[in-house]
Design a protein around this ligand. Structure first.
Ligand code: HEM
Length: 430
């Protein structure tokens, strides 16, 4: 999509480098002159925001690792006492990293929602989408390992709950599940060996993620960006160079995002945290409720909604892997839900369902809504919501795609942009 390179080295040194390792040409072709659709809106700035947040996490994480001690005895103290109170600006680095993880997930969910709504997963962007799903799964694993490292009560018990899920496989092959769970922990219970290996993995995975992000951007630049209309670029009249148009737009929204992020870091550093994690890990005292961070809650609610552990684990993994199949589940010829009146509504029901699952995941297992005389157990809501989650992708997406009467799609991006301009001029508002 970058097409023929129009980079002309201006100095002797640049010419010399260009003939040996054309990195400046590469940067120029991909981040300066890259032809980008004219009509990308606010929702398309989250890719750049994510890239910056990933760098924030890696940089702050490396500094934290210099002061962190991955042993069961010292981990909690190395964070709460040493990093938070003794290391210069340790409190800042730690808050940036902890709240940064939540902000990164917020951006990921917006980015994925955008991809879904504008049908960015459809051909020819299937690989781009699938790489995105891999990034998402890797991010979840990384966040889970990172959460364990604080070695507070919630860290410890979340690690215990998740690693003991493997023992559900005992129901298929006796003793295999328990052996697997012991192997993952490195011991019979979560302890020294576990925190040490989780630290190693938590350090490693972000670099794997960075590698997959590289492939993600490469795939993006082969097919070119999608856009809110879901139609392909027809010629140069539909595009503008990435710089300065989108560098400025991305920088503007990145600044707004960072303002919100820093407001949380400075004024509400515990906003995303769980108070139980201020209590050092204690294998002898189970907290009354064990729950993961907010971004994993919808899947946690699904796990708890199923009475059988093995089935619950299978539902959980199926829910996580389902997005990989979306490019082939959507049978519609029209990409963007803007022109798909039924799918648009179902999309918003899907978003509401995920929020409901997140809410239920944060409540106690026996919680209920009291409507007058009637009690609605939340676990039943979670069951309904789980059903909708799967029905949305596996039944509604293929079916509605074939049946839906779509709205007329504009001929080209340029035509649609100019039409909007014409309406504005007519109304004299330009
Ligand atoms: C750290 C994580 C990620 C980074 C840094 C990242 C980066 C980017 C960037 C820079 C873009 C181009 C700008 C934009 O469209 O926003 C993009 C596009 C895209 N991303 Fe990601 N991404 C990440 C995660 C994901 C995930 C989790 C998914 C989906 C599961 C995903 C799916 C897509 C798709 C489908 C596009 C193309 C959108 C279009 O052109 O219509 N990405 N990504």
């Amino acid at each position: 999509m970058a097409g023929h390179s129009n980079y002309v080295p201006k100095t002797g040194l640049a010419r010399w480098l260009d003939q040996r390792l054309p990195v400046i040409r590469l940067m120029n072709d991909h981040f300066v002159t890259f032809p980008t659709p004219k009509n990308l809106n606010f929702w398309y700035t989250f890719g750049a925001i994510l890239a910056v947040m990933l760098v924030v996490q890696v940089v702050t994480g490396i500094v934290l690792a210099m002061h962190y001690v991955p042993t069961a005895d010292l981990a909690f103290g190395s964070v709460e006492q040493h990093i938070m109170r003794e290391v210069n600006y340790g409190w800042l680095i730690r808050s940036l990293h902890a709240s940064g993880a939540s902000m990164l997930f917020l951006a990921v969910y917006i980015h994925m929602g955008r991809g879904l709504y504008y049908g960015s997963y459809k051909a020819p962007r299937e690989i781009l989408w699938i790489l995105g799903v891999f990034i998402y799964l890797l991010l979840m694993a990384t966040a889970f390992f990172g959460y364990t490292l604080q070695w507070g009560q919630m860290s410890y018990w979340a690690a215990t709950v998740i690693t003991s899920l493997f023992s559900a496989f005992d129901q298929i092959i006796p003793h295999f599940g328990t052996a697997l769970s012991t192997w993952v922990r490195g011991d019979y219970a979560v302890g020294d060996a576990t925190v040490n290996r989780f630290f190693a993995l938590h350090y490693l995975l972000p670099f794997v993620i960075a590698g997959v992000v590289g492939l993600h951007i490469w795939a993006l630049h082969v097919t070119g960006n999608g856009n809110p209309l879901g139609i392909e670029v027809k010629g140069p009249q539909d595009t503008i160079p990435f710089h300065p148009w989108y560098t400025v737009k991305d920088a503007f929204y990145l600044t707004l995002f960072l303002i919100v992020f820093l407001a949380i870091v400075f004024y509400a550093p515990n906003f995303f945290g769980n108070p139980d994690n201020y209590i050092p890990a204690n294998p002898l005292v189970t907290p009354s409720e064990i729950r993961p961070e907010w971004y994993l809650l919808p899947f946690y609610a699904m796990l708890r909604a199923v009475p059988n552990t093995l089935l619950g684990v299978l539902v959980l993994f199926s829910a996580l892997l389902t997005p990989l199949f979306i490019p082939w589940l959507d049978t519609s010829k029209v990409r963007s839900y803007r022109f798909r009146p039924v799918m648009k509504q179902l999309f918003w029901v899907f978003v509401a369902t995920c929020i409901l699952l997140g809410y239920v995941g944060a409540q106690t297992t026996d919680a209920a809504w009291h409507l007058g005389e009637v009690d609605i157990p939340l676990v039943w809501l979670a069951r309904l919501a789980t059903l909708y989650y799967f029905a949305f992708f596996w039944a509604l997406m293929p079916w509605i795609g074939k049946k839906e009467v779509t709205r007329p799609v504009p001929e080209s991006i340029a035509q649609s942009v100019l039409k909007k301009g014409a309406v504005l001029t007519k109304g004299g508002e330009q």
